[in-house]
Design a protein around this ligand. Structure first.
Ligand code: GPP
Ligand code: MG
Length: 290
């Protein structure tokens, strides 16, 4: 059995946010980037994600007991607050330490990076925790994830001193909504049993999945505007995003059978991991001047 602390912070699930962070990193880094800041940025990312997932485990204790092991980084009935291996008090204490560490490492980079980490710490909090608990509000769940993706992308860019480009930000926002939707549909049955009003429960699996079509078309329009950029890295990124989102949207809609979405988690985890490593390596190559 995987260590209780790993099951608490769920590093495999971080891959979804590691992608926008890595893309920002790869695009932003240059030969003048500070290597210490790069390390601090990765640490800020790790502490931010750990903080978010601990809050999520705390607030989802009564939801995770309905999980059946499908379409996730782990079967949530083994999350350590549910099994009793870790107490809520310990989890709260660890989460406070991780929150502070994410902010400290953000601060050590620059004010902008600090503010971006502060915003995504707040998004992580209001996503899971009451009174807002946006993960159980229709559209609140999708918007939180899309805003968090954009902010962590901007944080990645910021390591190299690059500023946000509004077209890129909108493209990433749309892409994040498209990729988040099937993940909330795979949770449909157990979220419904637990009484959550997620977007999938509120609109119904079929309707919310079909909203991926117009969103994908809109996102393709924005990615095509990015493709017009003279930078080869942006051309590659836009082609990757266009092809992947078309395949993903079609596959997600085809795999819905009677309100149950049979979409394996590797449809997201494996491509996201490969693209992330591609951009991290690209960033390092730029940093060492190749
Ligand atoms: C788990 O949400 C997702 C997170 C804790 C990350 C959210 C972070 C943001 C900054 C938005 P979930 O409870 O909906 O999914 P799962 O059922 O996998 O726990
Ligand atoms: Mg959860």
């Amino acid at each position: 059995m995987i260590s209780k602390y790993i099951r608490l912070i769920r590093p495999i699930a971080w891959i979804t946010f590691f992608l926008p962070f890595s893309v920002g990193f790869g695009l932003g880094v240059n030969q003048n980037s500070n290597p210490i800041h790069m390390i601090f940025a990765f640490l800020a990312f790790v502490f931010w994600m750990s903080f978010c997932f601990i809050l999520n485990a705390l607030s989802d204790k009564n939801v995770d007991e309905y999980h059946n092991g499908r379409s996730k980084d782990m079967n949530l009935i083994f999350q350590p607050l549910l099994t009793g291996e870790i107490t809520s008090k310990t989890a709260i204490n660890i989460s406070i330490i991780f929150l502070l560490l994410s902010l400290i490492f953000g601060w050590l980079i620059n004010v902008q990076f600090f503010l971006l980490i502060l915003i995504i710490d707040i998004i992580g909090y209001i996503y899971s925790m009451p009174p807002l608990r946006l993960k159980s509000k229709p559209l609140g769940d999708i918007l939180c994830n899309a805003f968090a993706a954009v902010n962590i992308f901007s944080a990645g860019l910021n390591i190299g001193g690059e500023n946000m480009n509004i077209f890129l930000v909108i493209s990433i926002f749309l892409m994040a909504t498209v990729f988040y939707i099937p993940t909330v549909v795979t949770d449909y049955e157990f979220d419904k049993k637990a009484g959550l009003k997620t977007s999938a429960v509120f609109f119904g699996p079929k309707k919310i999945l079909s909203s991926m079509y117009p969103l994908t078309i809109l996102s393709i329009i924005f990615w095509l505007s990015i493709f017009m950029s003279p930078k080869i890295e942006l051309k590659v990124l836009s082609i990757l995003c266009i092809i992947y989102s078309i395949i993903f949207t079609l596959a997600s809609n085809l795999k819905l059978k009677k309100d149950r979405l049979y979409l394996h988690e590797n449809w997201i985890l494996i491509p996201f991991l490969f693209i992330s490593f591609g951009f991290i390596i690209y960033g390092f190559l730029k940093f060492i001047g190749m």
